[in-house]
Design a protein around this ligand. Structure first.
Ligand SMILES: [Zn+2]
Length: 366
């Protein structure tokens, strides 16, 4: 029997909710995670029509990209679409989970990596890597136990740098300690200062794994009292952040590129600035509303910045340095549904998973 939590735990591995932006509300918004799962419906926007679809398909979990609720609700009377969704979901025992800017911000299996895949981009990197995510653990262990301890720390998720794992640094030295009354020292005698040949180990890890890493440390370390330091790092985390930049295998004429873009992203409309670049090779992207990343895109020497939700005055900011192409918010994110569906289908086989057949784009084109 699978519970809703089983699915949420998996999604948390793909895009930890700790990676969401501060204004966001990516989490289980409605529902009981311990309920037995009957089926999953994947969508961008968990509007009323989606809850109806979930009821019809027998799904009690809606996985949506956009959170239906961003800020606090003081009453739930059904006077607007948000309240009506919440009421209907609760009434019908349907859970709503949002996987939003955390899914935007991951380098693999995220909103932007999906767009990059659609456009055939190579050498992709995060456009604006986040700070304040990484921490470092220092610990001190008897020399002959160092490898075993490292193994446990790596298994808990420490030591990942880019596409390298099992990264650590160790230096040998001498530790001293004296056990007081009631202690049970692994080495040495109570009441006598002991010297031990130790290794100091350093590993980094993302902050949300801190309790898991420290638990692994305490379990694997041979000492009764484990000496360790956890330090917050100022480093950017290159694996997590907004937007993405990558390159086409070969430069393409700008006009032709826009035609390809319209077709590949299945959008009815591309709004773009002057074609100040003859060819397109380096491309910055951001699914959804990405105008806040324009400076990063220019700094990354992108020929074009592809996103959604640009306003009239913001288009002037291209200023002859880059082409801005607005392909529409919904259109830029629509393949996120396939992304989530494919990930869930690969992982789970014992219950039904559906892509929504409702087009939730609130904007029509004539
Ligand atoms: Zn969006």
């Amino acid at each position: 029997m699978a519970t809703i939590r089983t699915v949420l735990n998996y999604l948390e591995e793909i895009a930890p909710s700790a990676y969401q932006e501060s204004y966001d509300n990516a989490k289980l918004i409605v529902g009981n995670a311990n309920a037995e799962l009957t089926g999953i419906l994947v969508c961008l926007d968990s509007i009323e029509a989606i809850i109806d679809e979930a009821i019809e398909k027998g799904c009690n979990l809606v996985v949506a990209h956009h959170p239906i609720v961003f800020s606090g609700l003081k009453q739930i009377t059904g006077r607007n679409y948000i309240e009506r969704v919440i009421l209907k979901a609760i009434k019908n025992d349907i859970a709503i989970y949002a996987i939003h800017t955390n899914l935007d911000n991951v380098i693999y299996n995220g909103v932007n990596s999906k767009i990059a895949e659609k456009l055939g981009l190579q050498n992709t990197q995060i456009l604006a890597p986040k700070k304040g995510i990484l921490q470092k653990l220092y610990t001190f262990v008897p020399k002959d136990k160092a490898n075993e301890l490292k193994k446990a720390l790596f298994a808990a998720g420490a030591g990942q740098i880019g596409n390298y794992d099992e990264c650590s640094f160790g230096v040998e030295g001498v530790g001293t300690f004296r056990g007081g009354e009631g202690t049970n020292p692994t080495v040495g005698d109570i009441g006598k200062r002991h010297q031990e040949a130790e290794q100091k180990i350093e590993v980094i890890f993302p902050a949300h794994l801190q309790s898991r890493v420290v638990r692994a440390l305490i379990q694997a370390h041979p000492y009764e009292e484990v000496a360790y330091d956890v330090i917050a790092l100022e480093n950017q985390y290159m694996q997590v952040g907004s937007g993405m930049v990558g390159e086409l295998a070969e430069a393409v004429d700008s006009q032709q590129f826009l035609k390809n873009l319209k077709e590949k992203m299945q959008t009815a409309c591309v709004r773009y600035t002057n074609l100040c670049k003859k060819n397109i090779k380096r491309i910055a992207i951001c699914g959804g509303a990405g105008s806040f990343l324009l400076k990063n895109a220019i700094r990354a020497k992108a020929d074009i910045f592809i996103t959604g939700d640009y306003k009239y005055h913001q288009f002037f900011d291209a200023d002859g340095q880059i082409i801005i192409a607005d392909i529409g918010h919904f259109e830029s994110e629509q393949f996120t549904i396939d992304l989530l569906y494919d990930l869930l289908m690969q992982k789970f086989t014992t219950f039904a998973i559906y892509r929504t057949s409702v087009n939730t784009n609130p904007i029509n084109y004539l």
